[in-house]
Design a protein around this ligand. Structure first.
Ligand SMILES: Cc1cc2nc3c(=O)[nH]c(=O)nc-3n(C[C@H](O)[C@H](O)[C@H](O)COP(=O)(O)OP(=O)(O)OC[C@H]3O[C@@H](n4cnc5c(N)ncnc54)[C@H](O)[C@@H]3O)c2cc1C
Length: 469
């Protein structure tokens, strides 16, 4: 191509922005990158707001420091690339609790998303099924097999381990249920180990040994100043033209690339691109793909999503335990499924006046009636339930905020990874310059989405004829 490449990145979440940065770093100099974002702000599920004069995350809160396969996570590598490594902070209080039987018990150590590697260590919270995790003489999972997390763990360790440990942990991340979620997509390291190991506790230990953590090394990090600083820095480093309020509504293949229909129906803008990264949730991605490749659209669009609301309260000098927060098993019958004590967990947010920021998330997949409550009722319910779990009468909030995330958390059914791989193979064969990225494909979490966007960028570079640097 004699003129500069023109690459369109559709979706200004972290996956799209990571793709844009990688394109800037690896595509030939002069490549024109445009990010199209339908809302008025970049970041997608990353959104730092403000409550009671304090910056606070209204979406994702932190990122994993390490990759499940070992080494630093893709989020940390990107942050380093953007010159923000000095802003990484870690929880000062890392211990979380489980709200079980009307009280708070520390989340036991040595588990992988709640699945124990040592049964004795979880005894305070759940009673594993006696002697069920026997060596049956073969690996737990076949080479291409996937199962729901709950199916595997119930069979090996019994219901209590699922209901009181694994389900609340998965609920905290996916707002979903262990009995529905794919092991391969939600716990890839455990799935890998389960293809070799004959017991589940053995698989947990093998997964942990495969990615050993230096003693005391922090698991999570966030950025002082908020995760929106990552969004802004990525947008700047990408040198991309950023188009806000620019929904892409149609994608049409042309003789040598793509035509995008952008903006409102009554006043659409048509733009040409040599290649496109679609970094969108599954449903909007499927809508754009439907006329181009209906089978791929059907596969991608079949993914279901959960909705959640995050309720943040600013409380004057409340009595809080020295915990980062707590998780609530669905069996406890509360609307709150998880709570984070921001100002306890993150030292950099602690306030000299003792004001505390406490966030609770409500909404579980398949049981989202709580989300129909109006904001003041949600705030009152969360305040009442928090007081109940903590066993104290919390003071009235000084301020509150409700952030609703409709259809935000993908519910990966078993076999998701294979379906995505097949869809990508079909798309690559028919349209190598159209590449998919984001949580709807590759899994939730900032590191996963960063890597997803970067991989998409590299595929685009290869499809357009290789790197310029
Ligand atoms: C409440 C909540 C809390 C979370 N907490 C954490 C956490 O603490 N740590 C962590 O690692 N992960 C967390 N996650 C998960 C993580 O935030 C997401 O997996 C990740 O941010 C998804 O990034 P993405 O770029 O794939 O998608 P998104 O962030 O969804 O970005 C997609 C973007 O595409 C835009 N868009 C949609 N349609 C169009 C269109 N037609 N044209 C143009 N633009 C369009 C959207 O407006 C959006 O900005 C959380 C998620 C949620 C919902």
């Amino acid at each position: 191509m004699s003129r500069p490449w023109r690459v369109a990145v559709v979706g200004g979440g972290i996956a799209g922005l990571a793709a844009a940065v990688r394109l800037r770093d690896r595509a030939p100099a002069g490549t024109e990158i445009t990010v199209y974002e339908q809302s008025g702000a970049l970041g997608g599920k990353l959104h730092t707001g403000e409550l009671a004069g304090q910056p606070v995350e209204f979406g994702a809160e932190s990122f994993l420091m390490r990759d499940p396969a070992g080494g630093e996570s893709a989020a940390v590598t990107l942050i380093r690339r953007l010159g923000l490594a000095g802003k990484i902070v870690h929880p000062t209080v890392g211990q979380a609790a489980l709200a079980v039987d009307g009280g708070l018990r520390p989340v036991p150590g040595g588990t992988l998303v709640g699945v124990p590697g040592d049964l004795a260590r979880v005894a305070t919270v759940a009673k594993p099924a006696a002697d069920a995790d026997r060596d049956g003489g073969r690996p737990l999972l076949g080479p291409d097999e996937d199962v729901a997390v709950g199916t595997l763990v119930r069979a090996r360790l019994g219901d209590q381990v699922v209901d009181r440990l694994v389900d609340p942990m998965l609920g905290g991340v996916y707002a979903g249920r262990a009995d529905d979620l794919s092991l391969v997509t939600t716990m890839p390291a455990l799935a890998r180990a389960a293809r070799v190991e004959h017991t589940l506790t053995g698989a947990v230990r093998a997964a942990q040994a495969a990615a050993p953590r230096a003693p005391g090394a922090p698991v999570f990090g966030t950025l002082a100043g908020g995760l929106s600083t990552l969004v802004e820095a990525a947008a700047t480093a990408s040198g991309a033209t950023i188009r806000l309020h620019a929904a892409v509504r149609e994608l049409t293949p042309t003789a040598d690339g793509w035509r995008l229909t952008v903006g409102p129906t009554r006043d659409p803008e048509l733009v040409e691109a040599d290649a496109v990264v679609l970094a969108l949730p599954a449903r909007p991605a499927a809508r754009l793909l439907a006329p181009v490749t209906p089978e791929v659209a059907t596969t991608i669009g079949g993914l279901d999503y959960a909705s959640v609301a995050l309720v943040t309260l600013a409380l004057p000098n409340p009595e809080l335990p020295a915990l980062s927060g707590f998780l609530v098993p669905a069996t406890e019958g509360l609307l709150i499924k998880a709570s984070t004590f921001f100002t306890t967990k993150w030292g950099h947010l602690a306030r000299p006046d003792g004001m505390a920021l406490v966030r609770a998330s409500v909404g579980r997949y398949g049981d989202e009636t709580s989300l129909h409550l109006a904001d003041p009722d949600l705030v009152a319910t969360v305040h009442r339930e928090l007081s109940g779990v903590l066993g104290v009468a919390l003071p009235a909030p000084l301020a509150s905020h409700v952030q609703r995330w409709g259809g935000a958390l993908p519910q990966y059914a078993p076999g998701h990874g294979d379906r995505v791989a097949a869809a990508r193979t079909a798309l690559r064969a028919a349209h190598p310059t159209l590449v998919l990225a984001g949580a709807g494909l590759d899994g939730v979490g900032i590191p996963v989405c960063v890597r997803s966007g970067e991989t998409a960028a590299e595929e685009i570079i290869e499809a357009l004829g290789g790197s310029g640097s």
